[in-house]
Design a protein around this ligand. Structure first.
Ligand SMILES: [Mn+2]
Length: 384
């Protein structure tokens, strides 16, 4: 049993029974969005009083539970705040949320830093004392397990299909290893995906561009990269608006538009990529790639870092300079632990966290070179 899964389920059931206000807070990527929709549909099927589904705007407010979010959400306090795919490194913010009158449940799968935040219930298979053997569930996989625990035999076969499809999409999008629980979730979810009842999924399989791809896997990859396009309306990412909508017409319009933006983004990414490659060619001896600037579009950082780290077989740190701060995205080949490296250099950071092979950071502009030098030193002695 995943540690605290039963406690989290019990607490959410109690909130439903007592008509407590419930806030769902998800990361804005597909894993977080799929988690939030799974939880939303689960609790709504029981009559839960969900007053807000919140996604932080990573580009403007940063990752995780943000001070800006708490400022807005405080209007709903007291309430139960269920955070998914984030939170495990939000020590200050969670302490603040408690002060404001929230009960906090975290469903996260990111690496636990030195201590745990002061949340009431934490589900994270990477925490100490969790004896569940498989540690690599995505947040949406954990949320699906939580939904099973909450609903028990109230989860109809139809509902199960539509939730596990989301869990499969989010697990693949988060690039989790396709083993054990993840493989089960993916196999079960993909079995019905092309005939999904979810209008948002149907909209994609109806797109001309998708029909060109030869098999389900490649179609799904295309769908995921389109859903990843940043397009926020009233605080809601397009992926959430599409996947949670029940209007066929609304979803096809959004899907068509995202597809256009997606093509544009690809061109922008390729431009930036060729610039970064030229820089990297000058610095072949360094153990890492560390590049950034004011014109590094935040939304492209993850993709850039991922491509460069594969090409160079080195950890790649890509950042955007925004005012006084640099916000970065990190990818590394397997065997290299970027979270451990940043822990070693944490005196130069504002925050950092994530997975060994995919992580992020915020660093003050005045410390960015110290941070880079510290990482270079670290990887000189810890290279795979
Ligand atoms: Mn995730």
């Amino acid at each position: 049993m995943i540690k605290n899964l039963d406690k989290a389920a019990g607490r959410l059931q109690k909130a439903v029974r007592q008509k407590e206000r419930i806030i769902l807070y998800g990361d804005a990527d597909l894993d977080g969005v799929c988690s939030a929709i799974i939880m939303q549909e689960t609790l709504k099927s029981l009559g839960g009083n969900i007053v807000r589904v919140y996604f932080p705007d990573r580009e403007n407010d940063g990752y995780g539970i943000t001070p800006k979010a708490l400022k807005e959400l405080t209007a709903f306090a007291p309430a139960l705040l269920c955070a998914m795919d984030l939170g495990i490194s939000n020590f200050k913010e969670i302490a603040k949320a408690k002060e404001l009158g929230f009960d906090v449940i975290l469903v996260d799968h990111h690496v636990v830093l030195d201590t745990l935040p002061q949340a009431d219930i934490i589900v994270d298979p990477k925490q100490e004392g969790d004896e569940y053997p498989f540690k690599e569930l995505a947040a949406c996989g954990l949320t699906f397990r939580l939904a099973e625990e909450i609903l028990g035999d109230k989860m109809s076969p139809t509902m199960r299909k539509s939730l596990v499809e989301l869990a499969a999409i989010g697990t693949i999008a988060d690039m989790m290893v396709q083993e054990a629980d993840n493989r089960e979730i993916i196999e079960e979810g993909l079995a019905t995906l092309e005939n999904s009842w979810r209008p948002g999924v149907r909209a994609f399989f109806g797109l001309q561009e998708l029909s060109r791809f030869p098999n389900l896997e490649s179609k799904l990859q295309k769908m995921i990269s389109i859903l990843n396009v940043r397009d926020v309306e009233d605080g809601y990412p397009a992926s959430f608006r599409i996947l949670s909508s029940d209007s066929e017409r609304e979803v096809s319009a959004i899907a068509e538009r995202l597809l256009e933006v997606h093509e544009l983004r690809k061109q922008q990414r390729d431009l930036l990529l060729s610039r970064v490659r030229r820089e990297v060619a000058q610095k072949k001896d360094e153990p890492i790639v560390f590049e950034g600037g004011e014109d590094f579009d935040y939304i492209l950082l993850g993709a850039l870092a991922s491509i460069i780290s594969q090409e160079e077989r080195k950890p790649a740190f890509m950042y955007r300079k925004m005012g006084e701060e640099c916000v970065g995205s990190v990818r590394a080949p397997s065997g290299q632990d970027t979270v451990e490296a940043m822990k070693h250099c944490k005196e130069h950071t504002i925050t950092y966290g994530g997975h060994p092979q995919a992580s992020g950071f915020r660093v003050e502009v005045k410390n960015i070179e110290k941070f880079r030098d510290c990482l270079i030193e670290y990887f000189k002695s810890h290279s795979a």
